[in-house]
Design a protein around this ligand. Sequence first.
Ligand code: ADP
Ligand code: ZN
Length: 735
Amino acid sequence: MTSSPILKIAVNVPLSRTFDYLAPAAGPPPSPGCRVWVPFGRRRQVGVVLEHAADSAVDEHRIRRCGEPIDAEPLLDDNDLNLIRFTSDYYHHPVGEVVAAALPSLLRRGRSLHPTIETVTITDDGESADIEALAKRAPRQAELLEFLVDAGGNGIDAARLTEELPNWRRSAKPLFEKGYLTRHAARAPDFDESLAEAPVAGPSLNTDQQEALSALRRSDTFDTFLIEGVTGSGKTEVYLERMRDIIRQDRQVLVLVPEIGLTPQLVGRLERRLGIEPALLHSGLSDVERLAAWRAARSGAARLVVGTRSAVFTPLKCPGLVIVDEEHDHSFKQQEGLRYSARDLAIVRAKHLDVPVILGSATPTLDMLQHCRSGHYRHLHLPRRAGGAKPPSLKLIDTLRAPATDGISEPLADAIGRHLDAGGQALIYLNRRGFAPTLICASCGHIAECSRCDSRMTVHARSRQLKCHHCGAVRPLEDRCSECGETVHPLGEGTERLEDTLRSRFPGRVITRVDSDSTQRKGAMHEVLGQAREGRADILVGTQMLSKGHHFPMLTLVGVVNADQGLFGTDFRSAERMAQSIVQVAGRAGRESRAGEVLIQTAFAEHDFWSTLIEGGYAAVADQALAERELTRWPPFTRLALVRAAAHRHDDALAFLELARRTVSALDDGSLRVLGPVDAPMARKAGRYRAQLLLQSSSRRVLHEVLRTLRPRLEDDPAGRKVRWSIDVDPIELF
Ligand code: ADP
Ligand code: ZN
């Protein structure tokens, strides 16, 4: 008999390595993909076995023995572990943290795959209790009771309660005793995808859609498709047909959607058309719900798995197709911790699984377009709107000739009036929430700034607050200048101010504001969108939350207020971004029989960007931007990695990055460009000084070799203890 193997185990700690343990003394050694408890320092942690090895670099008598196994069989199979390893290598991120990101939180914490769930429910007595009287004596009990009244007859799981009301158990005790609440524990029911209703047939596909579908149908193994289809061209109908094929073969489809793309509207459409219920994975779920969906994907019980970013890691029993809808959306890139791109990992995963992957967008990123040009990906086009709707016409309003008062110019106001009178709906887009971005003193010129960031405070008139949109700092809005005591004035406009302007200009009309402030309450977004869809709002005013994927049948006018923010941006992606957001929001207009009109207010009507966009559409802007990037050697023609550091002392951040620079320069064979260290564009945020070092190379291999050496050195260096630092591979924000 051979001696027991060494287990290479991933533990959720910020170190780029696995840890060696001896297999448990009794029983067979846990297989790769199983969780085990391990002693770690003085604590016990959940670890995941990544592999078995014959020996260890650690001294034999110093290796600790792992504790009891958690799983009898692997939670993660070879494919799942390969994706985890790839992610850790490619993003130069500790493998233990990647495993943690890939697992639902209950599993990360060591709970069983089928945990017992404690549910708390309100009784009839509880329902009829006098909450107001209770609130006077025992406000916490009243709060809990109210919560459970809202939860209704099915009750709520205890873990969810703990998230919402951390000390609920103390207040619950007397309520259980009075018979106001009951609880029971049971294993969570398994997911069942069957629906009562049979699938509903969709429209018959037009020629463009049929061609795209045929191309998709020709490939059953790995291939990357980019469907570039104008908004409303029927991309979703094409995916649906291909999804149906795969589901009929009893194989699974994984669909990744942007953060706010996972609307009840989309889910309802998928259910109706495919006749099965999808397993959903998104941030709005309770831990228990998330685990149930994850389990259904892993067991194959769910043939359709739809989720946001982190769903890319979901195990699949018999995968057949991966879809990334709205691939240009920024929410696919995680901006903290493990800074991965779910879109890019979806492609890698499809390659590992040898299944096709479909990316869809009306405004594809230049990165994906370049892959199509170089022949790696297949480019499919849907150039026309489906069902006969016409593309909206784009026109500029030159605000030098027709100045905007409180955000709205005369020509835009006229157009709004015209469209409303004709029974249409208008959407006014401004990607800035709050009342005004600046509060200035008319007398001394003092501007209200955040004390912790290099930024101005935004005026929020509804809540009478000044808020910092960068660190979340809040203080009361005063009418007088803190320096000289004279009157202060809000300068510029945000969505709140636009809402006021529109109200005074269009009295009697229903005006609905949609931004992250107005939709904080759970379910608020759903309500507002329903209102808009059914035509119960005349004017919608809001941020980019309004621009994504929504279908408002009555909407005929889109007004873009203050479009100039991106024209002179310092980021090399400014033009691409701006074209994406304008084309996306414009795509909300005229999606049915009524023709759509899009008016854009700009103070730079002569700028080339506009003529390119208006005459050639997104494709023309993309062509031009790609040519520029090739000339200036920015991505996708080169690769980037950004090392960021933040510290309480400016010098600590710079010293750390200086160390990084020296390490990198020593490894450079001449194909690396190192920029910095320099202060971040916003040098102070939330009380920390921020600096960065940008690494650029035309060779992915060189860049990654450098990072592979750099990461452990930075982890080991004492200078790193004084700073928060990170490595961002393929960053999409350069600050
Ligand atoms: P996209 O995903 O490109 O935005 P959708 O698939 O959502 O487009 O389609 C936009 C609208 O056009 C939807 O209301 C859809 O039902 C309709 N539609 C799509 N394809 C067709 C078609 N071939 N014939 C008629 N209507 C269609
Ligand atoms: Zn701040």
